[in-house]
Ligand binder design. Sequence first.
Ligand code: ATP
Ligand code: MG
Ligand code: FE
Length: 341
Amino acid sequence: TIILGLESSCDETAAALVTAEGKILAHRLATQEEAHRPYGGVVPEIAARAHVEALAPLVEAVLADANLTLDQVDVIAATAGPGLIGGVMVGLVTGKALAHAANKPLIAVNHLEGHALSPRLADPSLQFPYLLLLVSGGHCQLLHVRGPGDYARLATTIDDASGEAFDKTAKLLGLGYPGGPAVEQAAAKGDAKAVPLPRPLVGTAEPHFSFAGLKSAVMRAAQSGQYSAEDIAASFQQAVIDCLIDRTEKQLAIHDGVTALVVAGGVAANQSIRAALQALAARYDLPFVAPPLWLCTDNAAMIAWAGAERYAAGLVDDLTVPARPRWPLDPDAEKARGAGV
Ligand code: ATP
Ligand code: MG
Ligand code: FE
């Protein structure tokens, strides 16, 4: 079984071909970083137009790379949300058109499920259930991952996402866009103890994350003129790590039936964060699984793979499936959120 995956929910257009056994036959990605750089962030209209131009050629390219025709593809999987709606629609409509034209089943993939299952593409020995720290541009969550479509959200952020905190810190420090890798590089040259910064919610009884107060403190530190950008970046990164570790450990202590501690999402590309999580897993005698860096940030291989897992579980969609700008992995937790979290 061969699955074609399409991704277009943010500023990366991507296509990939993956087998049901987890073999990546081809994957390609067109990043829009240059187009958005002058604005210091993703501009939705620019993104949607760029996806339109890039997607069809990428599909042709991965088919050529794998020496396959569309007829030889068995399943079409496309991101259907959450994300910037213009971009999501480009990918989903393209997926529907291909599925209709070639008479193949369509799987509408939740982008977060793509991130959540990507560790199993990287490491086929990873079994359910696992504890997942999902840290990306728009999310910061701890999830009990039980299977495709089966997630319990244990914690989420009450304000900013972790990737957002990296991006805003980069902007404040004049390190440019995209911010995560820039902050990591600057942090490597700085002193993590130089700037006193808060660790919001660390040690509290509630399970959630918060990064807004950290961001304000970074802004004050930058404006004070007392510290180098490198020292602020290093201190910021350490504060994020301390928050992530504290919250994750809290869940590890409760959920003793998990097979592994797993991290996914763009922020999981950060080496210091990976190292800290690895050490935490070791303390709990658990395997630690993190996808390779290219599989952490947005890509279509993870979408094809989520499609493969859903297809194997019989979770096929019809062509009327809508694009969704918001789409929680755990709708029950989202409903319980109410006015709070
Ligand atoms: P979401 O998946 O929540 O919809 P997204 O798709 O925009 O959001 P990803 O592509 O998963 O997010 O991740 C992008 C985020 O990861 C950005 O915020 C970026 O700054 C961050 N990031 C990437 N590399 C690193 C790194 N080395 N260190 C820290 N953060 C990083
Ligand atoms: Mg991106
Ligand atoms: Fe993402």
